[in-house]
Design a protein around this ligand. Structure first.
Ligand code: BDR
Ligand code: CA
Length: 315
């Protein structure tokens, strides 16, 4: 089993990602760390607890993390995950307590206790990770890999069509805290970035039979996903919005689902039109080789991803 920490900001798709992490026999979820992002950290950490209670896994620690980006105010999300941050599923208030540790410290301690064994799946702004790497840089070489829903790399039309940050060419998780993304990208940690080119593809969709299966399932997490799809559809968005973060889980469970290629990439941290843009230097000549070299998702097997997702959620 692959040991993972899920660093997230639930968020409807983060919540479905928690369900995949808990239910996959290929993964061992050591901790959920919440951060400011889609909603303030009080909401995201509470939503993580709610989801784990729904799944009957209150043994997995949830820690509250950074309450704001490293150097900026938190922007307002142009997209909404509903008044509860969970697509208006209105899960019961959690009874479980948060971990006594700050998320940054839980990340540091978990990596120290499991050197070279833990992958961090980040489906949120990278504030918790950046602060952990600054506070305890010795953990960086001990991290197996960071797999993140992060950026957009101009690899196809979806990268720009479905830009989620509040600027023409940025992805939300980077846009919220570009300085944190810059720290993590440059940290030297083995890094796989699954950007919007892959994670907001319109091929991530559900057939009527799959929608019916979700609706009729006795599983709370299946009905959660069905309601999330209804919620985004009612606002004119496609179903893919409900499972963006799940691509990171899909990849962790089965790396053959997503093809990646190495690219030198950088993050724009200057204010203005391009704030939060992730730039991929794919030139043959004069390449800026000082930019960090990371793996970038270029294509996914969407049919297999949806099959994997459905079988986990319905199980
Ligand atoms: C990211 O934005 C958030 O709204 C989603 O949860 C996802 O992590 C995609 O850009
Ligand atoms: Ca998220």
């Amino acid at each position: 089993m692959k040991k993972i920490i899920l660093d997230c900001d639930p968020g409807m798709d983060d919540s479905v990602a928690i369900a995949m992490a808990v239910k996959s026999p290929a993964l061992s979820l050591l901790a959920v760390t919440a951060v400011n992002g889609n909603y303030p950290v009080d909401v995201t950490s509470k939503n993580a607890l709610k989801m784990l209670e729904l799944l009957g896994r209150t043994d997995i620690p949830v820690a509250r993390g950074m309450a704001r980006p490293m150097v900026r105010q938190s922007p307002k999300d142009p997209f909404t995950h509903g008044v509860d941050g969970q697509a208006e599923n209105f899960l019961p208030e959690p009874k479980t307590a948060l971990s006594g540790l700050h998320a940054v410290d839980l990340i540091i301690e978990t990596i120290r206790a499991n050197p070279h064994e833990v992958s961090i799946l980040c489906t949120a702004p990278m504030t918790n990770l950046a602060v952990a790497f600054i506070k305890a840089p010795e953990i960086i070489p001990l991290v197996e890999r960071v797999v993140a829903i992060s950026g957009m790399f101009g690899l196809n039309e979806y990268a720009f069509l479905n830009a989620t940050g509040d600027s023409p060419q940025s992805e939300w998780n980077v846009f919220v805290d570009p300085e944190a993304a810059d720290v993590v990208y440059r940290s030297g940690v083995p890094l796989t970035l699954i950007g919007l080119d892959v994670a907001t593809h319109f091929c991530v969709n559900f057939s009527q039979a799959e929608l019916t299966a979700l609706e009729q399932s006795p599983r709370g997490e299946a009905r959660f996903l069905r309601q999330a799809i209804r919620f985004v559809n009612s606002r004119g968005f496609e179903a893919y919005c409900t499972v963006i973060d799940c691509l990171a889980l899909g990849y962790a469970i089965d790396p053959t689902l997503i093809e990646t290629k190495p690219f030198h990439v950088g993050v724009e941290t200057k204010d203005g039109l391009t704030l939060g843009m992730t730039v991929r230097d794919g030139r043959h000549h004069h390449i800026w080789s000082e930019l960090p070299l990371v793996e970038v998702g270029v294509w996914a097997d969407y049919d297999r991803f949806l099959k994997q997702l459905m079988s986990l959620i319905l199980a």
